[in-house]
Ligand binder design. Structure first.
Ligand SMILES: Nc1ncnc2c1ncn2[C@@H]1O[C@H](COP(=O)(O)OP(=O)(O)OP(=O)(O)O)[C@@H](O)[C@H]1O
Ligand SMILES: [Mg+2]
Length: 261
């Protein structure tokens, strides 16, 4: 399977500290990765590298076959979908849900005078339906609940048919029902054959959707473990990642973890 992402000895240095510390990692196009780790472990920084928003201080990052630093990031960026709360803050609250998703096709956040093609509008409506947002198409983004806004962000990220989809904490701040609804949608999406490679950051093993295949456990910018979930997601590895003794249970493809004395 072709690789969509390859990190070789990647270092990101900030204030004389290596916030990413010699990371080796690769993602193939049929893999769906979860990145887990404590606050400050470097999870968002990894996604920023994968979205070409930052460059490594040392080492090599290859994205969709192109080497970061030797390629035009403005050509690469439209091939990558990224949803995060930082990105959501830049979406205009007065814009309709349909326009928030539609404008992704033109790499802008608000509707202005662009000429939209019927084909784009049809695609936007199809994406809204896929993410259970069709009934909200005419609502303004700012009036949606957190859970609805999260789904709009993902719909916007997939609108351009990306080859790599990056999600930073898509289920953060959702109530139980909204979380389960989103996990079901993400799981269905992850299992569809036409879905691109996915990388999702989360804080909780409970938020790993069914259909995700691999996990990267990060601590202090280093990989504690990386590989298929069945091998890498162990109580031992979680204990090392979070620095406290963790018990892990699995039930029908869903996980739960708790600290034990
Ligand atoms: N521009 C910067 N300058 C200095 N330190 C930075 C910078 N960007 C990130 N850091 C630090 O690097 C570390 C990793 O940050 P990052 O946002 O990647 O963590 P994270 O794993 O996403 O954490 P969280 O779970 O809280 O979102 C943190 O300690 C953060 O304070
Ligand atoms: Mg983060």
């Amino acid at each position: 399977m072709p690789q969509v992402l390859r990190f070789s000895e990647v270092v990101v240095r900030r204030n004389a500290r290596d916030i990413i510390d010699h990371l080796e990692w690769s993602v193939a196009d049929d893999e769906r990765w979860v990145i887990l780790g404590p606050n400050g472990a470097g999870k968002t920084t990894v996604l920023q590298l994968a979205d070409t928003l930052i460059h490594p201080s040392a080492g090599v990052v290859e994205i969709l076959g192109e080497r970061l630093g030797r390629t035009d990031v403005f050509e690469l960026r439209p091939r990558i979908g990224f949803a995060s709360s930082a990105m959501a803050r830049r979406l205009p609250p007065e814009e309709t849900v349909l326009n928030v998703v539609l404008t992704a096709a033109y790499s802008v956040t608000g509707r202005w005078n662009e000429q939209y093609e019927d084909i784009d509008e049809r695609r936007a409506l199809r994406v809204l339906a896929e993410w259970k947002l069709d009934h909200l198409a005419d609502r303004t983004f700012g009036t949606l609940s957190d859970g609805e806004q999260k789904r709009v962000q993902i719909a916007r990220a997939v609108m351009t048919d990306p080859e790599l989809l990056l999600l930073d904490e898509p289920s953060a701040s959702l109530d139980l029902g909204a979380r389960e609804e989103l996990l079901a949608l993400l799981g269905g999406y992850a299992q569809a054959p036409t879905t691109p490679a996915m990388i999702m950051v989360t804080h909780h093993v409970e938020e790993i959707p069914i259909g995700f295949t691999h996990v990267l456990l990060l601590r202090d910018g280093q990989a504690v473990a990386a590989g298929p979930i069945a091998e890498a997601l162990t109580a031992e590895n979680l204990t090392e990642t979070f620095g406290l003794t963790i018990q892990l249970t699995e039930d029908a493809g869903r996980y739960s973890a708790r600290a034990i004395a």
